[in-house]
Design a binder for this molecule. Sequence first.
Ligand SMILES: NC(=O)c1ccc[n+]([C@@H]2O[C@H](COP(=O)([O-])OP(=O)(O)OC[C@H]3O[C@@H](n4cnc5c(N)ncnc54)[C@H](OP(=O)(O)O)[C@@H]3O)[C@@H](O)[C@H]2O)c1
Length: 296
Amino acid sequence: MNIVVVGPGSIGTLWAYKLKQAGHKVSIQSRVDGDTLSLTINDQRPVTLPNNHLRQIADADLILVTLKAWQVSSALNQIRSHIAPEAMILLLHNGMGTAESVSQVFSSNPILLGTTTHGAFQPQKHHSKHVGLGQTLIGAHNHQALQCGFIADVLNHALPECIWQNNIQSALWNKLATNCAINPLTALHNIRNGALSEMQYQETLDQIVLEVSQVMACEGFAVAQQALRQQVDSVIEKTAENYSSMQQDIFYQRPTEIDFISGYLLNCARKHSIETPANQKLYTAIKQIENIGSCS
Ligand SMILES: NC(=O)c1ccc[n+]([C@@H]2O[C@H](COP(=O)([O-])OP(=O)(O)OC[C@H]3O[C@@H](n4cnc5c(N)ncnc54)[C@H](OP(=O)(O)O)[C@@H]3O)[C@@H](O)[C@H]2O)c1
């Protein structure tokens, strides 16, 4: 397949490398100048891929978007006129809310959504360390994408495990619940995920999860509060040694994905007139830190 990976960061580099290894014609859309980019993962031999080639975008069967949620709209707008109307666009990021605006702009394209638990970071630009084997779930956002289940097989061949979901919204809401609980708290307290198992955080976690489960029920994704809480505890335990992406963003004074995590939840809660004081408090606290950072 002709595949363009937009955003060769930690996750994008991993996917670009693996898709190239699997035999696809892969190119990169980045913010870096240069006709080619040399990418590598772990200690493997680098691959050199075309960079920022408009022709490759026009020929793309699949545009794999591995940006931070807040980067998605502007990055896709920059290349909008070059994307063929039948090209599949797969948004693979944490948080929710980008698909609505993307599908308005790209009204004829099949839009797919995904979530991944692979773990990667970049010790240096375009060099990803794949530190956690995970699972990628993808599914259709619009009706044009309903026939694109084969993309899960393509991705699964390159970087297992990738599974097609008939109801990707449900998977995304479950991931959002975990992100609402873990990301802002670890960022505010500057702690690893595992520290959230301490007694002092249990009441707040209970409250966050209760609010998320109420919003999920109104959105048509009813889940027992206790089951959601167990899911959060399980992620805290399995990723105890990790820092969350929001902790890292706050620590390094970068913009966070809070608007697409807690912010998305708050918007949905407002729609259903549900009170969400615990999530609101965390959202406000993170936005305050972000605003201080952007003023300094
Ligand atoms: N890393 C993980 O382990 C992991 C795991 C699960 C989910 N996720 C999610 O996956 C998404 C991507 O995360 P990440 O860790 O890979 O982030 P990242 O390392 O920051 O990657 C984003 C990449 O996009 C590039 N970019 C920004 N604006 C662009 C534009 N207009 N055009 C082209 N490229 C552009 C950035 O370049 P610059 O460096 O120039 O800004 C960077 O290389 C996030 O939603 C994250 O929460 C990550």
